[in-house]
Design a binder for this molecule. Structure first.
Ligand SMILES: Nc1nc2c(ncn2[C@@H]2O[C@H](COP(=O)(O)OP(=O)(O)OP(=O)(O)O)[C@@H](O)[C@H]2O)c(=O)[nH]1
Ligand SMILES: [Zn+2]
Length: 345
């Protein structure tokens, strides 16, 4: 603020290809002209703008009139690996307290996908909460659906991750999420298309702000209706960020697999061999637990899969960083040689 004495803080509430909408109060959003380096499309001079320099929804900017002049430091950031062959990170939301991982208690219900979401969003002061929608439909269809779903998520509950089943269309039911929607808190909704994010948003708002997709009959998926990320002030005084249905959920390489699979890691500690691969080794505590029915084999398979993916992404991240450091050194020595040849300029 010392550098920009005339500027005031405002928060990014919408991000569009052409720029940002920011807000400095609950009823007030206005477009700002962003710094030229924020406007570069991804891939333009690869690696010159990282997600740490480019604002996203939830970020605080310093704004002078209708111009954004600076991006303020983030308290937390939720990221994923971008699709594509080059390593790149994508910001989902910034300055978030809670992530609601939304999943329907219908054909969409998938504990493995929930584990994947949690791996991506956890850490850095962000609290994950699993929200199981369509509890009303599930209950009407089969009394066992909800208890079965809770049983499938028992390890998450044991780790202290809150799991709440709701009818996203019913305000009284959705009030179960109020502990995470106190004044000044920011929560973000993630979950696949049709999980009920827009429905939840509308119910929390008490109005029809978001268009919800009609469910197609045979696959129970909603149509893709949410087109951009937006931050919305709620009547409770919290801020809510809705994200478009995220099909691809690639790790960035910075995730903590051990934290998310502490049950598996604790078992692995008890294996006879330090480097046990839990395949055919004697004295393998992981396989014993699976055989004794104490560890879900699918959860273990997902642990192996996600560990591999995170390790692969971490490797690519390290490579990317080394490449950048090399480029920096090369640029420095080039400008030094130019200085020597043509004099400082
Ligand atoms: N009965 C019932 N229907 C629900 C519930 N949650 C969502 N639905 C319905 O499921 C469909 C999809 O919900 P949406 O809110 O559009 O899903 P979304 O997550 O916003 O989907 P995208 O915008 O594509 O990301 C809609 O027809 C909702 O009415 C619920 O808890 N109970
Ligand atoms: Zn083992």
């Amino acid at each position: 603020m010392a550098e920009h004495p005339k500027a005031r803080p405002a928060r990014v509430v919408e991000q569009h290809r052409s720029g940002y909408i920011v807000s400095d109060g609950p009823d007030h959003g206005f477009p700002v002209e962003s710094l030229p380096e924020w406007q570069r499309p991804p891939g333009y001079r690869k690696g010159t703008v990282t997600i740490d320099q480019r604002p996203g929804v939830g970020d605080w900017l310093l704004v002078e009139g209708r111009k954004a002049v600076a991006l303020l430091p983030r308290r937390s950031a939720i990221k994923r690996g971008a699709a594509g062959e080059h390593y790149q990170q994508q910001l989902i939301a910034a300055n978030v307290d809670t992530v609601f991982v939304v999943c329907g208690l219908d054909a969409d219900f998938n504990p493995r996908r929930i584990e994947r979401y949690l791996l991506l969003v956890r850490g850095g002061g962000v609290e994950p909460v699993v929200v199981l929608t369509k509890a009303d439909q599930a209950e009407a269809a089969d009394a066992e659906v909800l208890p079965d779903a809770m049983a499938a998520l028992v390890e998450l509950a044991a780790q202290g991750v809150a799991v709440r089943a709701v009818n996203a269309r019913d305000a009284e039911s959705v009030a179960a999420l109020n502990p995470w929607l106190q004044p000044g808190c920011t929560a973000v909704l993630v979950g696949s298309s049709g999980a009920g994010k827009s429905t939840l948003t509308n119910t929390l708002l008490g109005t029809e702000r978001m268009k919800t997709g009609e469910v197609r009959e045979n696959d129970s998926r909603g149509r893709h209706t949410t087109t951009h990320r937006a931050l919305i002030p709620l009547p409770t005084g919290a801020c809510l960020i809705d994200t478009p249905g995220m099909r691809e959920l690639k790790p960035t390489g910075e995730e903590d697999v051990a934290e998310n699979f502490s049950d598996v890691e604790a078992l692995a500690e008890k294996c006879r061999f330090r480097d046990c691969k839990h395949a055919r080794e004697p004295g393998c505590a992981v396989r014993e637990a699976i055989e004794a029915g104490k560890l879900d084999p699918q959860r273990f398979a997902n642990y192996l899969k996600l560990s591999d993916e995170v390790a692969g992404a971490a490797h690519r991240l390290a490579h990317r960083r080394a490449q950048k450091a090399e480029e920096k050194v090369a640029n420095k020595s080039l400008s030094k040689r130019l200085d020597e040849k043509y004099g400082k300029h």
